[in-house]
Write a protein that binds this ligand. Sequence first.
Ligand code: KG4
Ligand code: ZN
Length: 355
Amino acid sequence: MLCLGIESSCDETGLALVRDGKLIAEKLASQVDVHAVFGGVVPEIASREHLRVLPVLLAELLLEQSLTAKDLDVVSVARGPGLQGCLLMGLNFAKGLVFSTGAKLVGVNHLWAHLTAAGLEQELQFPSLGLLVSGGHTHIYYIESPLKFTLLGRTLDDAAGEAFDKTAKSLNLPYPGGKLVDDFGRRGIVDKKMFPVPYINNDNLDFSFSGLKTAVATYVNSHPELRLGSMGIPESNSEPHEIVTARNNMLASFNYVVGRKLEVKIERALKRNSDVKSLIVAGGVAANSVVRKVMGKVAKRFSIPLVLPSLHLCTDNGAMIAYAGYLMASSGCRHDLNLEAIPRGRVVPCDWICD
Ligand code: KG4
Ligand code: ZN
């Protein structure tokens, strides 16, 4: 079964081919540079970019594999949640392909696709506990199978990735700043008392990152020297050593708090769901070095394997969509041309048709 995956939910256009569950080729066109000057993703520009690059990437992908669109058995597309205009570009492109080739159409939940992406690299065991930490979401799921996810907890305000991006922005680091915060923080020393760890002394599995955002903003306001003069990456030798060190220490302390918050809630979820066979951590923030380390320790304490996709599968990509589509199609599930795009904030329905 040859499955094409199409990702266009935000600012990455990703296409990939999965044959019988194995990734054979992929293409990714990132728009990060286009949006960086605006300090965030501009939806209208993002949609136009998807429209521009989708046909080019598909032509390259097929040509390099000596394939044509007629060889596709399944066209799998991220149908939400995401930016509506961006999703519609991917969806309409997928529908056009299906209409002209007779391939099956599968609409994939982008969040679930993040969590099953590691299946391209290792066998996944179910039931599993899934932590999705991305730019728009922080969700804990009980995953019974690739087609059955139960939401156990979620963020009540900002997502973990947003907390990273806003921290970066407060220092005038370019968008999306998560990776830079991670890189600089790794060079710093943690001060556990610098920031509070809010919203952990309760009984639930939800998250709140807004208190941390305020604490960071207050700290930066009282230490304005930590801000870069203009948006950009500091050049190591053009700044006084003490400022670089103080900024790195602040980011190490911020990173510690995010890791600690995730640790408390995941431990609680594992205690309540003792039947799970593994812990899957996915999404852009799963690329974070502290998150990876902390989750490794938690999984060890519960004697279950930690499943982390490799770094290139953590951020948005077409391979995870192709694989999720393959999992659905091989279970006999598909959509028809009425498939709808689901914007952020709406629950993605389980409205597939099973043969
Ligand atoms: O999953 P993703 O690629 O896109 C969404 O679906 O949101 O996640 C993007 C998020 C951004 O907020 C980015 O700053 C964050 O992932 N991110 C990181 C790291 N790499 C990417 N955050 C912390 N540490 C990283 N190493
Ligand atoms: Zn994502």
